[in-house]
Design a protein around this ligand. Structure first.
Ligand code: ZN
Length: 299
């Protein structure tokens, strides 16, 4: 019981402090923590950003990790072992989920790690790296949270894109001025944005029957129209306020690259292309290059 109370009370404190600390910490670590993780977990278009990532010696944080494939390794097993999104792992290494791994090949693992320093606690690290205590503990199950030792290397499982996106742009006021998007399709949200068992989900899944129209969430210009691994037939629209929206798994696409579209215009039809378990739209919103929770942007 004490164990449960410890976690829940620490988690609440972390949440309260987050908004204050994230203003300071968020900006400082934005490049080193969020950039590489966000870039790693995003579609291939954004991967070149990853090469700009550098280690942050001040905090002992390093980003990304190499893994040399051992006998018996599978992509699924590696995604579980490192607590990373399988999609991100595939995209980062330009792999298809059916590809076989050859022993000795070096894979890039889209995670960050940090080295424990004197005075660090699980909760102070969670606060510093903008992750929940629970997520940090989950990603480091071999470690006793009460017995962190200087020099221990912890996995930083991810980040909370919403709070960082909001806190890192205080002068721009993006989080306040955002005009709401329209829903691309009407339907039930069958999978939310954020962590789920298989990893971080960068959008929301909205169920709708095959062939139903997918509508542009706002005015903009089509910057991608075509097929992507996992995403299937996909449209990406750039909006003039710096946001981008992505619509995946379409049955067919009705717009072409560089085409201007209006809010509500039908851009594609719902389908099951890419990796899906049924017809739906996987809808992502990016703000300044990072995904945010689409439900916070929809009206
Ligand atoms: Zn999805």
């Amino acid at each position: 019981m004490v164990y449960v109370d410890y976690w829940s009370s620490k988690a609440r404190c972390t949440m309260k402090r987050k908004w204050i600390s994230s203003l300071l910490v968020g900006i400082i670590f934005l490049g080193s923590v969020v950039g590489p993780v966000a870039a790693a977990l995003c579609p291939g278009d954004f991967l070149p950003w990853m090469s700009a990532a550098t280690a942050e010696p001040e905090t002992g944080l390093s980003t990304g990790r190499d893994h040399v494939v051992r006998n018996g390794d599978t992509l699924w097993a590696l995604s579980r072992e490192y607590h990373v999104d399988l999609d991100a792992l595939l995209l980062m290494n330009n792999l298809d989920e059916n590809d076989l791994l050859t022993v000795g090949r070096t894979l890039k693992i889209p995670i960050s790690t940090c080295t424990v320093k004197k005075g660090d606690t699980l909760s102070s690290l969670a606060s510093r790296y903008q992750v929940s205590v629970e997520a940090l503990a989950m990603a480091n199950q071999g470690k006793d949270p009460y017995q962190l030792e200087v020099g221990d290397v912890l996995i930083i499982p991810g980040f909370e894109a919403d709070s960082i996106a909001a806190s890192s742009t205080p002068s721009r006021g993006y989080s306040i001025d955002l005009a709401a998007f329209g829903w691309p399709v009407s339907g039930a949200v069958t999978s939310a944005y954020g962590w789920r068992k298989s990893g971080f989900h960068h959008g929301v899944d909205i169920a709708q029957e095959t062939g139903a129209p997918i509508k542009a969430a706002a005015d903009g210009i089509v910057i991608f129209s075509g097929a992507k691994p996992i995403y299937g037939k996909t449209v990406i629209i750039s909006h003039n306020d710096g946001r981008e929206t992505l619509y995946a798994h379409a049955q067919s696409i009705l717009v072409h690259k560089n085409q201007r579209v209006r809010k509500g215009q039908i851009i594609a039809l719902v389908g099951t292309t890419g990796r899906t378990t049924g017809p739906h739209v996987h809808f992502e919103v990016k703000l300044n290059g990072k995904t945010v929770n689409p439900l916070s942007q929809l009206r």
